[in-house]
Write a protein that binds this ligand. Structure first.
Ligand SMILES: C[S@@+](CC[C@H](N)C(=O)[O-])C[C@H]1O[C@@H](n2cnc3c(N)ncnc32)[C@H](O)[C@@H]1O
Length: 221
């Protein structure tokens, strides 16, 4: 299973790079670009949640960061700077104030929804945000991406559901945090997400599952 995920991650990385050569950006390539453009520059303690399928933690580890990956499934990459935890994020007893930054690429909408064989429970996203708040150092940052629309909704995903967030839901979820940066992207086509204002990301909707994308940096106060 791990080998399949490992292969898939490389295949996807290759796909993203190839499309970029032709000027196309998938939603994932926009998300990774956002992370790399905004990640802390000094060597730091970083947690990446929902890491399976992603080479982002490996790339950060190679850049000298200490990376902790958390996923209910086993992460497929090994590196001396990577520690991997195969558990539900809301079932881990981490010490408080340990991470400089937390990365959450298209994961919050799945927590508690059991799409990946993970446990099903209510308010997974709210519990996770509280957990992030405890794990981050004071002034630590959360770099987070998620599907976005004018209305908050829960829509079918794989065999279960995922959440599509709106601005009001996000501001309530992070009411004790400070929003530092927000970017929005709209699918112009299956393989090309283009930058948009929040207003346009709220106005324009392509047929699901090509949801608009929101990328945020949110600081712990
Ligand atoms: C959309 S996928 C992976 C996204 C990945 N970050 C990327 O860049 O492609 C969401 C991931 O979240 C993981 N996940 C879901 N619920 C979780 C939970 N409660 N705790 C930890 N990981 C979870 C799933 O196993 C899955 O690997």
């Amino acid at each position: 299973m791990i080998n399949n995920e490992k292969l898939l991650a490389r295949f996807r990385d290759y796909g993203i790079k190839s499309l970029k050569l032709f000027g196309y950006h998938t939603s994932r390539s926009r998300e990774y670009e956002f992370i790399f453009d905004n990640i802390i520059s000094k060597k730091a303690m970083i947690m990446d949640i929902g890491s399976v399928g992603s080479l982002l933690p490996l790339k950060l580890a190679k850049n000298g960061h200490e990376v902790v990956t958390v996923d209910t499934r086993q992460y497929h990459e090994k590196h001396r700077n990577i520690t991997s935890i195969s558990k539900d994020i809301n079932n881990i007893d981490f010490p408080e104030n340990i991470f400089d930054e937390i990365i959450c690429v298209s994961v919050l909408e799945h927590i508690g929804m059991s799409a990946y064989g993970d446990p099903s429970y209510q308010d997974g996203d709210k519990l996770t945000v509280q957990k992030f708040n405890k794990m981050l150092k004071i002034s630590g940052k959360l770099l987070i991406t998620m599907p976005f629309a004018r209305e908050y909704k829960i829509l079918p995903w794989l065999n279960t559901y995922e959440k599509i967030y709106n601005y009001e839901y996000i501001t309530t979820l992070f009411k004790d945090w400070k929003l530092i940066k927000e970017e929005y992207y709209i699918p112009e086509s299956q393989k090309n997400w283009i930058k948009a204002s929040r207003k346009n990301a709220e106005k324009i909707h392509k047929p699901y599952p090509r949801s608009n994308l929101a990328c945020f940096i949110i600081k712990k106060l």
